[in-house]
Design a protein around this ligand. Sequence first.
Ligand SMILES: Cc1cc2nc3c(=O)[nH]c(=O)nc-3n(C[C@H](O)[C@H](O)[C@H](O)COP(=O)(O)OP(=O)(O)OC[C@H]3O[C@@H](n4cnc5c(N)ncnc54)[C@H](O)[C@@H]3O)c2cc1C
Length: 426
Amino acid sequence: MAMEPNTKAIAVPNGPALGKKVVPGMTKTPQPIVQPKEIAQAAKGDAMRLMVSSPGCAMSTCMRLLLPVERIAVAAALLDHIERLVGSLVDVVDTLVAACHSLGVKIVTEAEVASIEPGFTVTLTDGREWECARLIVATGGLSYPTTGSTGDGLRWAEALGHRIVPTFPSLTALVPRGYKLTEDKDLHIDRSTPLSELGQSLCGVQLKNIQLSLSIEGTETDSEFGDIDFTDGGLEGPVGFQLSRKAVKALVNGSRVCFTLDLKPGVSLTDLTVRVKELWAEIEKDPRSRRVREKERCRILLGKLMPWDLIPGFTATHPEIITLERRGRADTKVWVNLVSIAKALKAWQFEIAGYVGYERAVVTAGGVSTDDFVAKTMESRIVPGLYLCGEVLDIDADTGGYNLQLAFATGALAGLNAAKSLPSVD
Ligand SMILES: Cc1cc2nc3c(=O)[nH]c(=O)nc-3n(C[C@H](O)[C@H](O)[C@H](O)COP(=O)(O)OP(=O)(O)OC[C@H]3O[C@@H](n4cnc5c(N)ncnc54)[C@H](O)[C@@H]3O)c2cc1C
């Protein structure tokens, strides 16, 4: 069917509403990229005959192209101050959706696109068909398939002759060896795999202001300062995510991947060793410690150096911090190795056994090759009139709002240029 005369664009999400991933998923905001004057000028007088298929990109496309300048400013302000609107992200989506409606964008929900043919014919799984002169595919990657992104756009683009850069999950949990009860050769470790005793002791621990370094095949490649979380998935949190892209890529390529956790990045090993010895001396001097066994004293010492809930995992992975010396049949002397404790605090080693896959990865790395698209317009070099934007492309970024930024920026470019390329119709 052709588009109704007063419809300027159609957004075809396969879910019940727009903004499914944006609202529950958005924890960091995109940097504002709106330049209202420029967009208003470009959009002036343009008639739209295009289809779009994504909440993030669709909204950005429609918003950037079709909104009058004052509405763009409002939307930009909303995005800009989104942190203060936590809890009202729905309002942001509603605002954008309402703006799309008011500008003649028809939103057809629960509409799963089955195939696209050059020309363009868009066929839904229920048999409905649309024809359009320009087509923008914004179907996302493979991450969080429950939000509707299942890689359809990748398949369509490949079938139309575009190259696909191999995909892998990024910004995802990394699973330390021994963290889960079962480990096989598969690098993709399902989040629901039960935790081992070690995993249980670490799960729930959040560490702030640590340094995490990534080694690939024994060579340190990256190091990040910040926070990590141990979860039922494995090692996560901003710093874990930040390093996960390189780690997953290396694992997929068959390399050995390790992390070194420095719990005291602000102190040198020498100074830390002195400090550990001082603390130990204080504990030994304390009259309350007299009747306390060596192992318990060690726990008191560790409690002064790390969060209490980290101690079981730390001691389980560092047996060298305590030495047992057998002196007689019934006499065993326990030695607490203070230098070993300091060393372990500065360099806690984790070998990585695998990672949580697309089902809970924040973003998909890889995708449709950007070489096959004109960077300034997002138009395909292979199929004129076809535009791709967002995560379906081989573009991904660090945490910090940059993935949404990419979706919005490329969505705006695709929309602007698809509209510009059409003859003006009033
Ligand atoms: C839990 C989570 C947290 C995140 N946090 C952040 C963050 O803090 N900051 C940040 O920058 N990024 C974050 N992201 C990433 C960001 O949400 C995505 O990169 C961005 O939404 C990609 O936008 P997109 O429009 O390309 O694709 P998507 O937002 O994935 O949209 C694609 C849409 O296309 C639709 N679709 C797919 N196939 C079809 C089909 N066959 N027919 C019809 N419709 C179809 C789907 O319904 C899907 O909703 C997060 C992602 C997740 C999952």
